[in-house]
Design a binder for this molecule. Structure first.
Ligand SMILES: NC(=O)c1ccc[n+]([C@@H]2O[C@H](COP(=O)([O-])OP(=O)(O)OC[C@H]3O[C@@H](n4cnc5c(N)ncnc54)[C@H](O)[C@@H]3O)[C@@H](O)[C@H]2O)c1
Length: 393
């Protein structure tokens, strides 16, 4: 099939690779020329499989008359902390200007239930009178997860009518092992948000447990390990510095906002956001008390700057909040992250012996030098709860 993917970031590029490898002809469109140039250089260095039926481009004219258009653009929050659907609107405008009657338009970007109809279809229909097929197929990709990828993660889809659903099913069957059809795009959109909200709420709950456990003078990690021995009705989550990335801190706000717009409440979601957002401040307090309640002039290293292990993504990373708060109180902050390497002109520091007064392990990348870490400071506070012999949550 002839496919245009709108947005060649993390999701769009992974999808392009999957579709190309399944034999489709893919045009990967992105408004950011740097993104397109980076993909082109990856292709020439041989990192991209099967390049002959893939065309990365920043030229709108190239996406004309495709059989399928798939939207994979950002869905962030705006400055008022509300869903920012401007990227979806722009992508829809491009599709309206490029597609011919009968094309299938799919939205993979994460957004609130109703987005396909209220945003994508409304925008396209306003600009182009032709009849198109439409489906929602929210992406479930998990960066750095080597066990679950596009192929073996079941995909939930729904079209606006039978023909749309059938066409979307056929495409996803060509790249995924299992495709689950639900009754409406709104169900598919809500399921995606609920999956990430489930994580957000459970992470908040376990972060609250960490704070309760400190007061009780017991280990939260030991409590969780003990509870995990129950063979039914329990699922472990780990406390940490907070939540980051494009999904867990943001998607629940999309659901809560939509809930409010239809007169429902989202008290759990709101409370979970608050607990998770406050975690870096709680960790700041723990770090401060380990340094005799004085941070002024203290050398503190944050180990792991990205929002999760083994990725370089800094979006919404709670480590950056901790950094800012430590600096506000006069600490001299460095970071050690061999994947991020440089942040705003500051280079990752080495873990040389006694370089710091305290090291906070925010994220543990697989290749973290544990011996070096332990020698780098007399006090190590491990937010990941995975390193023996450290202060922990
Ligand atoms: N990254 C993840 O782990 C993940 C997982 C599941 C779902 N999602 C969702 O997928 C969507 C995309 O996320 P991502 O991580 O790939 O974002 P990203 O920022 O990595 O990539 C988005 C790309 O879209 C491009 N873009 C913006 N506006 C455009 C437009 N009008 N036309 C063409 N290109 C445009 C940007 O330049 C960028 O390269 C979001 O809704 C996100 O919530 C992400």
């Amino acid at each position: 099939m002839k496919i245009a993917i709108i947005g060649q970031g993390y999701v769009g590029l992974a999808l392009a690779k999957a579709a190309v490898n399944s034999g489709h002809n893919v045009i990967g469109f992105d408004t950011n020329t740097q993104v397109i140039n980076a993909i082109k250089s990856q292709m020439t260095s041989g990192n991209f499989v099967n390049t002959s039926n893939y065309l990365p481009t920043d030229k709108k004219a190239e996406v004309k008359d495709q059989e399928i258009y798939i939207i994979a653009v950002p869905t962030p929050l705006d400055k008022n902390n509300l869903p920012d659907i401007s990227y979806l609107n722009k992508a829809s405008e491009l599709i309206a200007a490029s597609a011919s009657k009968g094309a299938l338009v799919i939205n993979e970007s994460t957004s609130y239930p109703g987005t396909l109809r209220e945003v994508v279809i409304t925008q396209i229909s306003r600009l182009n009178e032709a009849k198109f097929l439409y489906a929602a197929a929210p992406e479930r990709i998990d960066p750095a997860n080597t066990a679950w990828g596009i192929k073996n993660t079941p995909r939930v889809i729904a079209g606006i009518d039978e023909t749309s659903t059938k066409a979307a099913f056929e495409f996803y069957k060509s790249i995924c092992d299992q495709v689950i059809v639900v009754s409406s795009p709104e169900v598919a959109e809500a399921a995606k948000l609920f999956e990430n909200t489930f994580r957000q709420v459970n992470i908040a709950l376990v972060n609250e447990l960490a704070q309760i456990s400190e007061k009780l003078n017991i280990s939260a990690n030991e409590v969780i390990a003990a509870a995990t021995t129950k063979p039914f009705g329990f699922m472990p989550f780990s406390p940490g510095l907070g939540v980051g990335g494009h999904c867990i801190p943001i998607d629940p706000i999309y659901l809560a906002q939509k809930a409010r717009s239809v007169g429902a409440t989202a008290a759990f979601i709101d409370q979970a956001s608050k607990v998770n957002q406050q975690m870096p401040l709680y960790i700041l307090g723990r770090v401060k008390s380990l340094l005799n309640n004085e941070l002024g002039g203290k050398k503190v290293c944050i180990t792991g700057l990205s929002y999760k292990a083994d990725v370089s993504d800094l979006r919404e990373s709670p480590s950056l909040v901790l950094w800012k708060e430590l600096e506000k109180q006069g600490a001299k902050v460095s970071f050690h992250d061999e994947i991020v390497k440089v942040y705003e002109g500051v280079e990752s520091s080495s873990l040389s012996a006694n370089a710091y007064d305290l090291s906070v392990v925010a994220i543990r990348h697989t290749n973290l030098d544990i011996d070096g870490l332990k020698k780098s400071a007399p006090i190590i506070f491990d937010c990941t709860g995975s390193i023996e012999g450290c202060h922990r949550l």
